[in-house]
Design a protein around this ligand. Sequence first.
Ligand SMILES: [Zn+2]
Length: 201
Amino acid sequence: MFVRKFARLIVGALVMMLAMVGAQVAAANAAPEVPADDTVAARTLYYDASRAAEFVDVVHRAAEIWNNSVRNVQLQRAQPGRPVNIVVYADNGWPRAQPTSLGNGRIWMGRQAVNQGHDPTRIAAHELGHILGLPDNRTGRCSDLMSGSSAPASCKNAQPSPQERAQVERNFSRGAVAPAMAARYAEDRDYTALANTAHAA
Ligand SMILES: [Zn+2]
């Protein structure tokens, strides 16, 4: 009698152990947990530099600078079958950007500023900054990317300042309210961002 009862207990314990192991295996195979906010994948914007003529490499370099500067948004070269967010052109005018919404718009790499000695990589990074939601900020400081041509033409800095990086991170953080881009850039004349389509290629 005692032996049988003991055997039943053993069997019962084994069944329970197997059930627990089974539950652990099931948990291990379950889908990963939803990542915390700071590990959410960056928003990817696709840019087309194929129409930027002699500035193609400069545009790629400027995109790389932004990719190394911020986490919440990344710029990748346009790929077949993917929507394009940013198209970059080259012309003989003044450099300018035409943001249509946060992360979307057109850029013109204007030769006029380049011919006046302004650094092409700084111009490209500055115009991408507009697409990423940064306004002009005419501080005259070379350390500011968005100071544009208010800094001396000799300024070669194409790196966004810590404040500019932080603003872009905020613009592309989860739940951020997109700025009213068109209104913001209506009167921008400094490596300019345009609100109208007058210069659209
Ligand atoms: Zn500007």
